[in-house]
Unconditional design. Structure first.
Length: 264
């Protein structure tokens, strides 16, 4: 059974940043491929919204405002669904690339197409989580952030364990619920860092968006595959691996603080 893993803000983001800067050309190229269809969809929907927006008339201004609001909400939801359909095609490959790099393998922009076999599961999971977030947005937005934090690990679980959408969501929930406040805050901070690229005249998104995927991959590894985490020289001297789950623990520990199994 997966035990809840504490959030390590600085450690996860720092490692993700180091991975990004080490192969920034590859990540920039993949991000351009990833965002191109998203820009086309968003641009088309904005144009459609502008050309079909109902006119606000003085005779019935309240009804006009309601009609305008409902159209905006509907088009926003449709836009999110269309983006999910397009981005799901690439997300599996992006996470495959992240894990390849963490394992010390060479990566290339073409790796973005290496996860297409997960398309349906990623799409279904993305749509379910998006619907939950959309519903949470109507409740002062806080529940939407909580949903994002609890299901933060869903997509990498699909890619690494080939889980069905609901199974991946359940595992993510079990891993994050014990520290749900910090995971909610962490998901918000990571998304905010990614959004900073959009604020920086969109150009910055080619650096901040891959940081989102890499940080998620690093967090997933520490939660579900801690045995793959590289050890520093100090860790090698003062740590050992749990005989049950493979987590790195202090050499003097009698019990694993992750799974609780005795080391004696």
């Amino acid at each position: 059974m997966i035990q809840s893993t504490k959030v390590r803000f600085g450690e996860w983001i720092t490692e993700a940043w180091n991975l990004l800067t080490a192969k920034w050309q590859t990540w920039v190229a993949m991000t351009i491929i990833f965002i191109f269809p998203i820009i086309l969809i968003y641009g088309f929907m904005q144009y459609f919204s502008f050309t079909t927006q109902p006119a606000i008339t003085e005779e019935n201004i309240i009804q006009s405002l309601i009609d305008s609001f409902m159209q905006s909400m509907t088009l926003g939801l449709v836009t999110q669904f269309m983006i999910s359909f397009a981005s799901a095609f690439f997300i599996g490959g992006i996470f495959n690339t992240a894990f390849k790099q963490m394992n010390g393998e060479e990566i290339s922009p073409s790796d973005i197409f290496s996860g297409t076999e997960f398309y349906v599961n990623i799409l279904v999971a993305s749509l379910i989580v998006s619907l939950l977030e959309f519903a949470g947005a109507f409740l002062c937005y806080i529940p939407s952030l909580i949903v994002r934090g609890l299901f933060f690990m869903t997509i990498p679980l699909i890619v690494r364990k080939n889980l069905a959408p609901l199974d991946a969501m359940k595992e993510s929930f079990n891993a994050t619920k014990g520290d749900w406040v910090m995971y909610t805050l962490f998901a918000f901070v990571v998304a905010l860092l990614s959004a900073l690229g959009v604020i920086a005249c969109i150009v910055g998104v080619v650096f901040t968006l891959p940081l989102l995927f890499l940080t998620t991959a690093v967090a997933y590894r520490d939660c579900f595959e801690p045995e793959l985490k590289p050890m520093s020289r100090v860790d090698e001297l003062y740590s050992k691996y749990c005989r049950n789950c493979g987590a790195s623990i202090p050499v003097s520990s009698s019990y694993c603080d992750k799974c609780g199994v005795s080391q004696v």
